[in-house]
Design a protein around this ligand. Structure first.
Ligand SMILES: C[S@@+](CC[C@H](N)C(=O)[O-])C[C@H]1O[C@@H](n2cnc3c(N)ncnc32)[C@H](O)[C@@H]1O
Length: 273
């Protein structure tokens, strides 16, 4: 599938996910709970502590489609400018806005109109003013060079069809000394070609996940230093069984090749000062 077709399909499917979330239908896509009605998927569930989300709009919490909790792991300081790549329903933007305070600013970037509408609605309900949601793509970030202190993201880099371009755009908009602090699905070692080829599993945040060494190499190639990848959840074949079956893949047949290889991880890097 071409890069443009893949991006259009990601936009279409996450648009549907936003519409479902807006009508109280719950989240789905990353982790593929969409394929198994009513299922709690192992990737997106239980990412945030109840005390963290207590005073957030419930639609922002139920629209959460990430695979980690980047704002819990990232260092964010009063007055900083933060950019959330692929901000979805806006949960991490709203959490970051508290941390940077009124003198700081948080941008959420997303290419899907329905997600932007949901995020802006959540912002209005939360009455947060130091936040702005921008329409655009990771591969062409609509912000000037050297203007962001911290880039966060939650399960989106894996969806990009041009990861080199996305990472070099992230590098461009960061200030010297700026931090990249991102949660994403990564892979340890090789995974079967049928998994990599599956469009359903790409939409579900698995097929497009970078191998960890490759992720590190791409970050260095983009100019980053101090690169590290720390696993936060490692997935078993049981976690992926229903999801693989829904994508037409025999989980038992490929179990030895995928067991323990997919993980959610916190990816850190720095733009040299
Ligand atoms: C898996 S969801 C994660 C949403 C949010 N980060 C969260 O944790 O709930 C992926 C989001 O990234 C957006 N997205 C995917 N690829 C993108 C790209 N290349 N440029 C901009 N947004 C993108 C989708 O529209 C969707 O809102």
């Amino acid at each position: 599938m071409s890069e443009t077709n893949l991006r259009d399909l990601v936009r279409e499917r996450y648009g549907e996910a936003a519409r479902r979330a807006a009508t109280g239908g719950g989240s789905a896509c990353c982790g593929g709970a969409s394929a198994i009605a009513g299922a709690k998927d192992p990737i997106t569930s239980n990412l945030y502590g109840a005390n963290q989300t207590l005073d957030l709009p419930s639609a922002a919490v139920s629209a959460s489609l990430g695979c980690g909790n980047p704002t819990a792991l990232a260092e964010l300081h009063e007055g900083e400018t933060v950019l959330d790549l692929g901000s979805g329903g806006g949960i991490d933007v709203l959490l970051s806005s508290r941390r940077v305070g009124p003198s700081g600013k948080v941008y959420g970037l997303d290419m899907t109109d329905e997600m932007l509408a949901l995020a802006r609605e959540n912002q209005a309900v939360a009455r947060v003013t130091n936040v702005e949601f921008l329409k655009g793509e990771l591969e062409n970030i609509p912000l000037p060079d050297g203007t962001v202190d911290v880039i966060i993201s939650n399960c989106v880099v894996n969806l990009s069809a041009d990861k080199d371009r996305a990472l070099s755009e992230a590098f461009r908009v960061l200030k010297p000394g700026g931090r990249f602090a991102v949660s994403d699905v990564v892979v340890r070692g090789a995974v079967p070609a049928e998994v990599r080829r599956s469009v359903e599993l790409w939409i579900g945040c698995l097929a497009g996940a970078l191998e960890e060494k490759e992720f590190e190499a791409k970050l260095r190639k983009a100019g980053f230093g101090d690169v590290s990848i720390t696993p936060t959840r490692v997935y078993t074949i049981e976690d992926a069984r229903d999801f693989l079956s829904a994508a037409g893949i025999d989980a038992d047949a490929i179990a030895p090749q995928v067991e323990g290889k997919f993980m959610s991880a916190f990816v850190r890097a720095k733009k040299p000062a």
